[in-house]
Design a protein around this ligand. Structure first.
Ligand code: GLN
Length: 188
């Protein structure tokens, strides 16, 4: 199986390292032609305005939307989740509208810009998942077809799935725990 990781900006190298540990082939995606033969795609964390700008520059949004519609598993983490959203409460960037979620960027305020939390994630068993949040976005609203896989103690959803599409507000590629990457590979 070949998994593409969007590699225009952000922490794509960390995702690739996890995927390699799990024994799958990887491809760094910078141009539409890099998507050839890719059976699942991860959009990493980083700076969503920069990622969006570069995706427009290289004409990546169209082909990725098409893949999403064809049932290819796509997973956005943090800035990648921002790109997956139907709508943002922020002016920028323009998200890709792949998942029926309403998202706000940098939603945790300055003091807790970054934090870790133990999450119970649906379908991953009872063992807590140590999740790393870095200037994380928050999901304010989810549509009917969206399954909430995990939320913070205050009820905010931080991991959601809609058919072949997955989004997490945190950075699973920065935890030693590979269960979410494995779960994503099984969406194939
Ligand atoms: N704050 C970033 C943004 O709004 C996302 C942060 C991240 O990906 N860790 O794009």
């Amino acid at each position: 199986m070949k998994v593409g990781v969007l590699a225009v900006q952000g922490d794509f190298a960390e995702h690739i390292a996890v995927l390699k540990r799990l024994g799958v082939d990887t491809a760094e995606v910078r141009l539409p032609r890099d998507l050839e033969g890719v059976e699942a795609l991860i959009m990493p964390g980083g700076e969503s305005t920069t990622i969006s700008y570069l995706m427009d520059l290289y004409d990546l949004k169209g082909p990725i939307k098409e893949m999403a519609g064809m049932g290819v598993p796509i997973w956005g983490t943090c800035a990648g989740m921002i790109m997956m959203a139907r709508e943002l409460t922020d002016k920028e960037p323009t998200p890709m509208g792949l998942m029926d979620i309403l998202v706000t960027r940098n939603a945790f305020g300055r003091q807790i810009d970054s934090f870790e939390a133990d999450l119970e994630i649906k379908n991953l068993g009872h063992e807590a998942f140590r999740a790393v949040f870095i200037r994380a976005p928050v999901i304010f609203d989810v549509g009917q077809g969206v399954d909430v896989l995990a939320h913070l103690p205050d009820g905010k959803p931080v991991a959601v799935q809609q058919r072949n599409l997955l989004a997490t507000a945190f950075h699973p590629e920065l935890s030693p725990d590979t269960r979410l990457h494995q779960y994503f590979l099984n969406l194939k």
